[in-house]
Design a protein around this ligand. Structure first.
Ligand code: ADP
Length: 251
């Protein structure tokens, strides 16, 4: 579903991702862990096309994301191509990023109506199902400022799912929340992870959550994968010294 082929990302002369290659299978739930600054968020931002690669190619669902074909040659992708592939990828951010001037229902139906061309009735029906799933059926006319951080994040998750993404990117989605609101959001994500075949890439500092939902954990260090494996192995028997140090610091 996702393939990074020798991806390099530089900001100026700072190499953030250093010749990075990996694949993620369809439906797989993969958690990215590692010290701050090791490149995890940059990977999500590249997949969301919020950044472009310096070198290498990113593939999603068999199609180049970062590039497009001209004849049989790959050239950097143009905006129209990016808009098209972006539709299959959803991202939930640390800071929720809800549209502040729209109520909950409008936040969720906006893109399905205007980007996917769904009818209003269809979009509203789907939004209501999703609101029930995230436990917010009674808040559809509320505006973001009237909701707690945890509720806003659950709306953001529903908004992401409303686009029926095949890939869902979660970037530190509980980091901005008060501690008592974290569990509600993680429990919604646990349900999604266990009940859908959406491919999930998760950047988190919640190690217990990472352990519960992941099929595979990738430990990053300085723009490279230090080690990757099933959660039991990474958390109980890490092979790499950097992983041991990192886990000691965060657990
Ligand atoms: P992580 O998510 O692992 O904390 P990031 O991917 O956010 O790491 O960042 C990796 C490195 O890239 C950091 O050193 C950060 O300062 C740098 N970086 C990220 N985005 C930019 C940018 N837009 N311009 C310059 N440097 C950036």
């Amino acid at each position: 579903m996702i393939r990074f082929d020798d991806v390099v990302k530089r900001f100026g002369d700072h190499t953030v991702l250093d010749d990075l290659s990996f694949t993620v299978d369809r439906g797989e739930k993969v958690t990215l862990i590692g010290p701050s600054g090791s490149g995890k968020t940059t990977i999500l931002r590249l997949l969301m096309t919020l950044e472009t690669v310096t070198d290498g190619v990113i593939w999603v669902n068999g199609r180049p994301l970062s590039h497009q074909y001209r004849g049989d040659r790959l050239v950097p992708a143009k905006e129209k191509h990016l808009r098209e592939v972006r539709k299959s990828i959803g991202m939930v951010f640390q800071q929720f990023n809800l549209f502040p001037n729209m109520n909950v229902l409008q936040n969720i139906t906006e893109a399905p109506i205007h980007v996917l061309g769904q009818s209003r009735d269809e979009a509203v029906a789907r939004a209501r199902t999703l609101l029930e799933m995230v436990g917010l059926s009674d808040r559809e006319t509320a505006h973001p400022t009237q909701l707690s951080g945890g509720q806003q994040q659950r709306v953001a998750i529903a908004r992401c799912l409303a686009m029926s993404p095949s890939v869902m990117l979660l970037d530190e989605v509980t980091s901005a929340l008060d501690p008592e609101l974290v569990d509600g959001v993680l429990s919604v994500l646990r349900d999604i992870a266990s009940s859908t075949d959406i491919t999930m890439l998760i950047v988190t500092h919640e190690m217990r959550f990472a352990r519960e939902v992941s099929d595979r954990v990738m430990m990053f260090d300085a723009g490279r994968i230090a080690e990757a494996g099933p959660p039991q192995q990474i958390f109980e028997d890490p092979a790499h010294e950097r992983t041991r140090e990192f886990l000691k610091a965060v657990l």
